[in-house]
Design a protein around this ligand. Structure first.
Ligand code: ZN
Ligand code: MN
Length: 484
């Protein structure tokens, strides 16, 4: 049987999280608003109005271009993309065509995401073909026999980004979106919530025989609004193309729509070609001149990116890839980890264990923001130090996490107030040990008869009487001494 490989390119539309729209002062995000309440003559394209570019859009697009290792054009232009559709009242979309803000670039994907779990791990570099600023169109929907239009979304700022056909599997495509979403949140330019349409994706899919370099005719899958849907729909489409090819049929350049309810692909209209859009320079807007001074100001506090930080965590703190991956899943979490390591000044892996097991569960269950928790990195470091010093045991330490978070008090204060410190006074522990032995003559006899494993049972008895606050090692030592 012939072996095939998939050739996949993704086209994404990213909604920038600016306060206002791209060419007017209407509110940008109207997810929770009534239809047609965030509109004005500019975004509705009424005759005689003029667009004014929102500076923040240029700044956020520049951050994205930098994060994607793209060349940032010092001068870029707006163009009109003409098409007629009810959700586009002007009859054209203001976009960027040949001289857009970003040129080239790439995103590296570690595949699989947790490379340490798989010996077949590799880095897939996905090239960027296009990156431009544009305005969003409105939204139409059918209600009974009526067609409804909501213009709220008209003029919402977007960056459209198109990859080269560098992805080879549905998993890689899903991984691209996961990494892109992570990156967008990391640099703070989009909420990247696919359910709310902040990150939309179309997939171009074709197949070829393994080892070939030609590009066969492709289909475009529209309307895939979750990462799972991207993976699922590509899997289905690749299977279909292989089936058709094996049956001797040609793959036609269809546009397909993913139906979320039935998990199937449906054929849509045939695709416009670029010439149909009759692009020309937007006469109502000046070019964007990104002077060096402005560009440097935008990029002045550009953060270390997730994959760089992931690599550094492995290198600098000796973390396994698995830990580094989770700890850099979000910027705030990675900042939290690093601040705790600094405050603790002990084993970084120990901090990772506590953070990944105990603290992360708390963060997820209670939907906490790591940057705003009462359990600060300093407080977590204090708890670890208290455990290290033998002032409290591990279980008390774990229970302190929640207590600090709820009360906002320091761990030391809670330990003092609630008397949680371990009893290290030998005579107090000795008295309880003696009590346990006196109360259990049969077990003592059995121990002396050779059943030495009973020592654990005696220690348990001491811990129970002292409500867990005895130093277990010390209790064991005293018990053995008394039993001799
Ligand atoms: Zn407006
Ligand atoms: Mn577009």
């Amino acid at each position: 049987m012939t072996e095939y490989e998939a050739v996949i390119g993704l086209e994404t539309h990213i909604q920038l999280n600016t306060t206002t729209k791209v060419f007017c002062s209407c509110k940008a995000d109207s997810w929770y608003d009534e239809p047609n309440t965030n509109i004005c003559p500019v975004c509705c394209g009424l005759p005689g109005v003029l667009p004014v570019l929102n500076k923040a859009v240029v700044e956020k697009a520049t951050l994205l271009a930098n994060a994607m290792h793209s060349e940032i054009r010092p001068i870029s232009y707006f163009d009109r993309k003409n098409y007629f559709y009810p959700d586009l009242p002007k009859g054209y979309q203001i976009s960027q065509f040949d001289q857009s803000i970003g040129k080239g670039g790439y995103l590296d994907l570690p595949v699989p995401a947790n490379a340490s779990l798989d010996k077949q791990a590799y880095i897939r570099r996905v090239g960027i073909w296009k990156m431009h600023i544009e305005e969003d169109a409105g939204k139409t929907k059918t209600a009974g026999n009526r067609r409804l239009i909501d213009f709220n979304r008209c003029g919402v700022p977007l960056v459209e980004m198109v990859t080269a056909p560098d992805l080879r599997t549905a998993d890689e495509a899903a991984q691209y979106l996961t990494r892109l979403r992570q990156l967008l949140r990391w640099i703070g330019i989009s909420e990247a919530d696919m359910e709310k349409g902040h990150l939309r994706c179309d997939a171009n899919v074709s197949i070829r025989k393994k080892g070939e370099t030609i590009l066969n005719s492709k289909t475009e899958i529209k309307n895939v609004n979750s990462i799972d849907a991207v993976r699922e729909s590509i899997l289905k489409e690749v299977e279909r193309q292989i089936r058709e090819t094996e049956a001797g049929n040609r793959i036609e350049a269809w546009t397909l729509e993913w139906d979320e309810d039935t998990n199937t692909l449906k054929k849509m209209r045939s695709k416009e070609t670029e010439a149909d859009y009759r692009y020309f320079r937007e006469p109502d807007l000046l070019p964007i001149r990104l002077e060096d001074e402005w560009k440097h100001a935008i990029l002045a506090n550009f953060p270390e990116l997730p994959l760089e930080r992931r690599a550094r965590f492995i290198e600098q703190y000796g973390l396994p890839e698995y830990d580094a991956e989770i700890l850099t899943s979000e910027r705030k979490l990675s900042d939290y980890y690093e601040a705790t390591v600094k405050a603790y000044a002990g084993d970084p892996k120990k901090v990772s264990n506590w953070l990944m097991n105990e603290v992360l569960r708390m963060i997820n269950d209670q939907e906490l923001n790591p940057a705003e928790m009462s359990l600060t990195p300093a407080a977590l470091a204090s708890i670890l130090k208290l455990v290290d010093a033998g002032t409290i045991n591990i279980n008390t330490g774990k229970s302190l996490l929640q207590k600090v978070q709820q009360s906002g008090k320091s761990p030391e204060m809670i330990v003092a107030d609630e008397g949680l410190g371990l009893v290290s006074d030998d005579s107090a522990i000795r008295a309880v040990c003696q009590e346990v032995l006196t109360e259990s003559p049969n077990e003592v006899a059995a121990y002396k008869g050779g059943k030495v494993t009973l020592i654990g049972w005696f220690v348990g008895g001491v811990m129970k009487k002292m409500r867990g606050k005895a130093d277990a090692a010390k209790a064991k030592q005293i018990l053995e001494e008394l039993l001799r």
